[in-house]
Design a binder for this molecule. Sequence first.
Ligand code: ADP
Length: 190
Amino acid sequence: MVLLGPPGAGKGTQAARVAEHLGVPAISTGDIFRANVAEGTELGTQAQGYIDRGEYVPDSVTNAMVADRISQEDCREGFLLDGYPRTQAQVAALDEMLASSGSRVDLVLEITAQEEAVVERLLRRASEQGRADDTEPVIRHRLKVYAEATAPLVDLYTRRGLLVSVDGMGDVEEVTQRILAALSRHDLVG
Ligand code: ADP
């Protein structure tokens, strides 16, 4: 399963909850990048400048990282991707990775949110967690990159009949219940 939505829509929070219900790992490319930056790995060094500017890390780097992660044992029964794919090239790469293991994307969940609400949420998170990319200019840039590079994936997955959209406004539990209701309509959870 793939989770789509703008920065600040609540993907990370909901990914953890939904993955728990599905009994699969939640894989956040943003979290993996940040862990690598914190540990000072080669991957972290490659990614840091892009993240700090609110740009996407190059597809070649991101695709290789995801291929490695989803080949691990805990992903054999399925997994939830949070923050990947974000470009058409990543969609194609994911299709290939999955096809090579006889698998496919089952469902794409879009979490929607209003722009001003997400900016407010991210600025609040900045003061709580001190994420380097949560300054207002970088937040605005991340939203612009999302609109240009990632929003078109909503149409792409709609055409494939895989997209389910859920309103991400409201409190965390309310949104989780909306998501689980949507998934049960699609037979992903009982
Ligand atoms: P947000 O939801 O605010 O975009 P994430 O934690 O998902 O936050 O991502 C943080 C940063 O990590 C992104 O701005 C980007 O630099 C990088 N990143 C995460 N996922 C991808 C991806 N699929 N492709 C390229 N870069 C990515």
